[in-house]
Design a protein around this ligand. Structure first.
Ligand SMILES: [Mg+2]
Length: 118
């Protein structure tokens, strides 16, 4: 089964996403900021990444760009709050494949991950 890297500074969001994904049979790795995400990406080469935008240490947009520089084939979806359309646009230009608006319903999360891993 595919491995998904869940990146969010909020522990409850990581747990929620991890529960949705692991119940559907995915292997889940968690990271709590952009820097942590880059380390975990390098170490584990996950099949897909769900990336929060607003985080301490390094934000999701910067981490997206760094990971895409390391691995141009990286499959990353941004997880956004309302009102972040500008950042979403820049993320798509920078190689994000999809975006989810918080709090994303389980069906939407799984559909996005299925598409990312296809
Ligand atoms: Mg956040």
């Amino acid at each position: 089964m595919a491995t998904i890297l869940v990146v969010d500074d909020a522990a409850f969001m990581r747990m929620r996403m991890s529960k949705i994904l692991s119940e559907a049979g995915y292997e889940v790795i968690q990271a709590e900021n952009g820097l942590d995400a880059i380390d975990k990406y390098r170490a584990s080469k996950p099949d897909a990444v769900l990336m929060d935008i607003t985080m301490p240490e390094m934000d999701g947009l910067t981490a997206l760009k760094e990971i895409r520089a390391i691995d141009p084939a990286a499959r990353i979806a941004m997880v956004t709050a309302l009102g972040q359309q500008q950042i979403v646009l820049e993320a798509v230009k920078s190689g994000a494949k999809d975006f989810l608006v918080k709090p994303a319903e389980p069906d939407r999360v799984l559909a996005a991950v299925t598409k990312l891993c296809a």
